[in-house]
Design a protein around this ligand. Sequence first.
Ligand SMILES: O=C(O)CCC(=O)C(=O)O
Length: 199
Amino acid sequence: MLDLVSEEFITLDGGQLRYWAGFIAADRRRDLFATLRSESAWEQSRIRIAGRTIPIPRLNAWYGDADYSYSGVTLQTRCWTPTLLSLKQQVEAATGVMFNSALLNLYRNGADSVDWHSDDEPELGSKPQVASLSFGTVRRFELKHRTIPNSRYRIDLPDGSLLLMAGELQRHWQHRVPKQPGIDGERINITFRKVHTNT
Ligand SMILES: O=C(O)CCC(=O)C(=O)O
């Protein structure tokens, strides 16, 4: 069956979001969540802050063709699973953007989060396009402009949604998934990226 999924364009000051609310068909979401949850090589990464090494508040896993590190965290690269490859192809067909890597995040409950950052590592190129696919519990996704005070945007990302961060968004904006006390359910997020290995 052909699923008709509508795309929404959200223009921010100096950046762009493209959003598909029901990108993954409703009858596939539960199975995909279960497969990603059980098949992925979840790791507890640690970062060094003020001389102390602390666990980050989520689990993650890195799949793809290239090594990757961010905020001092280096993740072991795993080979694509059939599930991830097929999701990557679906995302590429919708967005027209080719990816060679995926960072998976598992938020175990509302105490897990990712703090303000941009996906602007040099190996992602000058205008990184990052496609964010969500499964499971709805979590809030917030953006704030780096220099324009009070310039913020937020969106609740539901099960099966796809958000593409495009244009110069990573240069001008930061994003985060804040803690949401009271949320019990798990969420898996996949960010597909293009890592340039020869820069
Ligand atoms: O979980 C999300 O929606 C965002 C994840 C994220 O910001 C990242 O992996 O860089």
